[in-house]
Design a protein around this ligand. Structure first.
Ligand SMILES: CC(C)(COP(=O)(O)OP(=O)(O)OC[C@H]1O[C@@H](n2cnc3c(N)ncnc32)[C@H](O)[C@@H]1OP(=O)(O)O)[C@@H](O)C(=O)NCCC(=O)NCCS
Length: 192
């Protein structure tokens, strides 16, 4: 069963294996900054401590500090990806970044994992008082666009931004009562 869990050192080995699958090291929604170190348990613990701070210094958008909730997407003891919920939108985020970012490790793609994870995080967004969430993706990122659309994303526009041309979608959260947070839900379909 897929789960959303808070970042924890338990997944160190699997997380490092997953990172090696990324050609350029960049992972959307993972909180990695240049210079971060992960190979030793001590480094990994220190990184997780920063990642789970109420105000992670990495969460700066247009110079504004933003609070976020971070989850890892796991199956049993295997790390599959990460998803992050930013609690507010700065003007820069309203243009180009949105509330939610995610990534799935290359070997776990095309099995419905991102679709499941986005669905699973929406009750959390409702729970912190959001009535709708903005998601953006590069104009040509069809897998991400589909992930958003399957979860009810309504395209507002396609806009040139500081980060390139972005598709901007809103997901209405009125169908997600704020007390229905479940981190172990299998709604949205189980991955293979
Ligand atoms: C975008 C991403 C998260 C999708 O993850 P995933 O787990 O493979 O997505 P899913 O399996 O849930 O598939 C979602 C939809 O995209 C489609 N899709 C996935 N990969 C695709 C591909 N390479 N080409 C075409 N369609 C694709 C799926 O078929 C599905 O649509 P469908 O139900 O209409 O068939 C993943 O490709 C990724 O991590 N990319 C790099 C980081 C990134 O782009 N993050 C998003 C930033 S906005």
């Amino acid at each position: 069963m897929l789960k959303l869990v808070e970042p924890t050192v338990t997944f160190h080995k699997s997380w490092v294996e997953a990172k090696r699958e990324w050609p350029d090291g960049h992972q959307d929604g993972s909180g990695i900054r240049p210079g971060d170190r992960f190979e030793t348990t001590k480094d990994f613990e220190a990184w997780i401590e920063r990642l789970t701070m109420p105000a992670d210094p990495a969460m700066l958008f247009g110079g504004v500090q933003v609070t976020a909730s971070r989850f890892w997407i796991v199956k049993h003891d295997t790390y599959l990806g990460a998803i992050e919920l930013r609690h507010v939108l700065t003007p820069f985020m309203l243009e180009a970044v949105g509330h939610i970012g995610y990534n799935i490790r290359p070997t776990a793609r095309r099995r419905g994992v991102a679709t499941w994870a986005l669905k699973a995080i929406l009750p959390h967004a409702s729970n912190i008082g959001l009535s709708r969430v903005l998601l953006t993706c590069d104009e040509g990122n069809l897998p991400s666009a589909r992930t958003i659309e399957i979860n009810g994303g309504v395209l507002e526009d396609i806009r040139s931004t500081e980060l390139g041309v972005k598709r901007r979608y809103w997901i209405d959260l009125s169908g997600y009562p704020s007390d229905q947070v479940s981190q172990e839900s299998s709604r949205g379909g189980e991955a293979h």
